[in-house]
Design a protein. Structure first.
Length: 103
């Protein structure tokens, strides 16, 4: 990170230079700036349940808004960063509707 020599705000990369968003001061970018040009994303595995694959999952008493059935399969998936809770998914045992539990 580089900081503005005039106002001490954090400088951001702009057209090959470092520019202060607060006062507009510009200076050449140095190797020690620690600027990340390209962010890499990791691929995540997604599980899609089709047909009777859900039959081996645990069930819970929860009302399906589609058909009114009160039994659904459920499973957990880590969709966000590791420091946040997992997301619980439900699939109705009668109509097959899938939804997620919101906190």
């Amino acid at each position: 990170m580089e900081f503005c020599p005039k106002c001490k705000s954090m400088m951001m990369p702009s057209a090959g230079k470092m520019k202060c968003k607060k006062c507009g001061c510009e200076k050449e970018r140095t190797k020690s700036a620690g600027v990340v040009e390209k962010k890499e994303f990791q691929e995540r595995e997604v599980t899609v349940l089709e047909g009777n694959e859900a039959a081996g999952l645990p069930t819970s008493k929860v009302v399906c808004e589609e058909c009114g059935n009160n039994l659904a399969y459920w499973w957990l998936r880590q969709l966000r960063s590791a420091d946040e809770s997992e997301t619980r998914f439900f699939r109705c045992t009668k109509c097959g509707r899938t939804w997620r539990e919101y906190d």
